[in-house]
Write a new protein. Structure first.
Length: 145
């Protein structure tokens, strides 16, 4: 069991989503963010950096979006389904863009190959998590004036 799964297991209130799925998503997004950060750093050291500018930018964007999404999904108090759904959508797009861009360089740079696989892998649990996040949440009736 990962630390993420343990933390979700110990959350003292009800979580309206599958805790295992949430933990797997957070872990995949965190792994992707780490891979993207390391790939961008490796790209910066490559000899033909001009050819990797878009890859570096895509890596950095994906890392930031995955990290932010993972942090938001880790918080359950005052859960906002609309915010989670929007972040997951952006994260899925960022992962797909990163996987595509790193995939273009995978034959020449092993770090790009690893990053492309991590980004593609992160988009799968994010997609699985998307639908439960999109479910309308029951809200308490507003107090009458």
């Amino acid at each position: 069991m990962t630390v993420t799964a343990e933390m979700m297991r110990t959350y003292p209130a009800e979580i309206t989503m599958d805790r295992q799925m949430m933990a797997a998503t957070v872990d995949a997004l965190t792994d992707c963010a780490e891979a993207c950060t390391a790939c961008a750093d490796s790209c910066l050291f490559e000899q033909h950096i001009d050819m990797l500018r878009k890859c570096i930018r895509t890596n950095m964007d994906c890392a930031d979006i995955c990290s932010t999404t993972a942090r938001v999904l880790s918080r359950h108090t005052g859960y906002d389904a609309n915010l989670s759904m929007t972040l997951l959508g952006a994260c899925i797009q960022a992962c797909q863009s990163c996987a595509d861009e790193c995939g273009r360089h995978a034959d020449m740079h092993e770090h790009c190959k690893i990053c492309a696989e991590a980004a593609a892998g992160a988009s799968r649990p994010a997609c699985s998590c998307w639908r439960p996040c999109a479910r309308p949440q029951r809200r308490a009736p507003s107090p009458s004036a």
